[in-house]
Design a protein around this ligand. Structure first.
Ligand code: SF4
Ligand code: SF4
Length: 653
């Protein structure tokens, strides 16, 4: 094994378990039960929370409580820490109407929001770039263990980019596609290629509003320029650029990430698997794959089948290696390989507290920096693998496409060698997993419909399916874990509205049993009939967070088939439990693409009535869609149903 595949401890080993335990007060059983019921509807998570509260192992919910009360100026977007003349807070009741530079409340709030959108767009797009670079290296033959898996998709993308395919090998085409897509990040053509997938009417709206994305990086860099002191001073202008930046993410960086992942690892097809903390196996080496990028995790799946790893596992007294997913790396593996899911964002600490996890392999995004603290109470090793995302107390492997397979194997060996350190008395696997169906890429949906979207369009026209909603996003301690996602999905399907889901929303539905065809009994009569005829669930798992771009492609397909703009479709978006900057970018590109979007958590905009009114009303005059905020998922469902009915009426349905 070459030197690079040896782990490097990042900074220092964290042995903080006892400190955390001492800090957390012991609670009486009644209080523990109250907290458990307040925090999550996931029964396995409840079981583990009882354990963590009894044992004094800190979780995200405890830290949230410790942060209360939150600063009301920060919460409303009225604090600014952009330059060294500040920090500034706008406090009108104390006559502080402007920051030191003179920025008023509208500007402070709008700049903060643009900063948030740009951060989210950057995260998605940098992920996309990593995948595109891997495609390029695969074409060049320098990426270890990767191959072109979906040649047809590669060639379709090549045609969009104007790359010659006739008589050329997949590898040669991949090189030109890789270079062509890398160019999209900083193109001087003033338009990004995949934005042409949007219906003509939608593109015309972008042109009229001046928000057609020019290149992925340019919009993000310009956003950071605009939020510098003394640049953007019109809140309207700043927010319009926010929409343009987000469009560069949805139709650019994210879409490239999705498409090239499909080319490399295969376009998802419908498959069944299992979900929740019960996917851990007591007699196996358990390894969770957490983060967003499938580049390493795909290799870990392959390496787990290596006879050498199997033999080592048996030697250590285990039956084999059990890989489980978390968050969106998990979604990527679930969609393509059927790897079972341990859970979503708020399950990431709880999976460690089962005492049955030998290693958690992380790439980037949505990874709690405190995971090594949690792991210090158990034998779990946290293994970081991205140069961008080194975590103090983790064991870092310098993973690159050039050393992918050997790195994956080295990490698995470390995990297997950790199996004898498991303490059997500490192991709690809280129950049985739930079955789910996943893999609903746009192509898989089309195939399930018989090769054309017409049956879906007919079902919508006939009113059997009233409309469709994309439910996306995260977990947030401001919302009871999974309650927002599951309640909203249940309400919508009851009213014959098909749900398509990504990210942690999809995992929540999986845990609640909504991703199996049997869940059709919860749907209204029309949707139930369609689901039964096709053998599909009423809630379709469409993938990870970057795969919200699949939802855009699906919308474009439907709108193009009907000859309308996306804004005319009877559809909506929702993010009931969002927390991340990426979710703000997703919500913004949904709205900018013409999709009415309901948020379950209030963004930090309430400090400016002008900004709030623009985003929930005025922007409709620009992009024909707007945001709404409704924390109660049952009320959110009512808003969405009313919107879908209005759109149906406009279409004469
Ligand atoms: S940019 Fe203006 S409002 Fe922000 S910290 Fe500097 S002086 Fe204060
Ligand atoms: S849905 Fe949100 S929390 Fe979940 S993986 Fe995606 S960005 Fe992270």
């Amino acid at each position: 094994m070459d030197e690079k595949q040896k782990p490097v401890l990042i900074e220092r080993k964290l042995e903080t378990c006892e400190i955390d335990r001492a800090r957390m007060s012991l609670m009486d059983p009644k209080l523990i039960e109250e907290k458990v019921q307040e925090r999550t509807i996931d029964e396995m998570a409840q079981e583990m929370l009882r354990h963590t509260l009894r044992e004094g192992v800190e979780t995200v919910w405890d830290r949230y409580e410790m942060q209360q009360p939150e600063c009301k100026y920060c919460a409303s977007g009225l604090s600014c820490n952009r330059c060294a003349m500040g920090p500034c807070r706008i406090i009108p009741e104390h006559n502080r109407e402007r920051g030191v530079c003179g920025a008023d409340r509208d500007l402070v709030v709008a700049r903060n929001l643009l900063d948030t959108i740009a951060t989210g767009a950057a995260a998605h797009s940098d992920h996309g770039r990593d995948i595109v670079e891997t495609l390029l290296k695969t074409g060049k033959g320098t990426a270890q263990g990767y191959a072109i898996t979906d040649s047809a998709k590669l060639r379709r993308i090549a045609v969009e980019l104007g790359v010659e395919t006739e008589g050329r090998s997949d590898e040669d085409v991949a090189v030109d596609v890789g270079l062509g897509l890398l160019e999209e990040f900083g193109t001087v053509k003033n338009e990004i290629c995949f934005a042409n997938r949007a219906p003509g009417q939608t593109q015309a709206i972008w042109e009229a509003a001046g928000i057609r994305p020019r290149s992925v990086d340019r919009e993000i860099v310009e956003a950071m320029h605009r939020v510098h002191m003394g640049v953007g001073a019109s809140y309207v202008n700043i927010l319009l650029h926010g929409l343009r930046t987000a469009l560069g993410d949805g139709w650019g960086g994210s879409m490239m990430g999705t498409e090239c992942s499909d080319v490399l690892f295969g376009t998802p097809t419908i498959r069944t698997s299992q979900v929740n903390l019960g996917v851990l196996k007591e007699d196996y080496v358990n390894v969770s794959l957490h983060g967003h990028n499938p580049m390493l995790s795909e290799m870990v799946v392959r390496a787990s089948e290596d006879p050498e790893i199997q033999r080592l596992a048996e030697k250590m007294g285990a039956k084999g290696v059990n890989l489980v997913g978390l968050c969106c790396t998990g979604n990527e593996l679930l969609m393509r390989k059927g790897v079972p899911m341990a859970g979503n964002h708020f399950n990431q600490e709880l999976v460690i507290t089962t005492g049955a996890l030998e290693a958690m392999i992380i790439d980037y995004q949505c990874i709690f920096p405190s995971l090594p603290r949690t792991a210090s109470c158990f034998h779990t090793k946290i293994v970081s693998t991205s140069e961008k995302s080194k975590v103090v107390g983790s064991y870092y492997y310098d993973f690159r496409p050039e050393n992918a397979y050997e790195t994956a194997k080295a990490i698995l060996k470390m995990a297997v060698n950790n199996f004898p350190n498991r303490v059997p008395e500490k192991v709690i696997i809280p129950g049985q997993p739930v079955d789910l169906m996943a893999g609903f890429s746009v192509e898989a949906i089309e195939e399930a419909l018989g090769g054309t979207f017409q049956p879906l369009i007919d079902a919508i026209a006939a009113g059997k399916i009233r409309g469709a909603v994309g439910i996306v996003g995260c977990n947030n301690p401001k919302v009871k874990h999974d309650y927002g996602h599951v309640t909203l999905a249940r309400e919508l399907i009851k009213h014959d509205i098909l749900c398509v889901e990504t990210g942690c929303a999809a995992i929540a539905s999986g845990k609640a049993g909504l991703l199996m065809p049997d869940a059709a009994f919860l749907a209204g009569p029309g949707l139930r009939e369609v689901c039964k005829a096709l053998g599909i669930p009423p809630v379709l798992h469409m993938g990870s967070c970057v795969d919200c771009s699949r939802i855009l492609v699906l919308l474009a397909e439907l709108a193009n088939a009907l000859g309308v703009g996306i804004h005319q479709l009877p559809v909506a978006g929702a993010a009931p439990e969002w927390y991340s900057q990426k979710a703000v970018s997703i919500g913004s590109y949904f709205v900018a693409s013409g999709v009415y979007t309901v948020l379950g958590v209030m963004p930090k905009i309430t400090g400016s009535q002008n900004v709030a009114e623009l985003l929930t009303g005025g922007v409709e005059g620009v992009v024909r869609a707007a945001f709404a905020v409704e924390p109660d998922p049952e009320e959110a469902a009512k808003l969405i149903i009313a919107h879908i009915d209005a759109k149906r009426k406009e279409l004469g349905l």
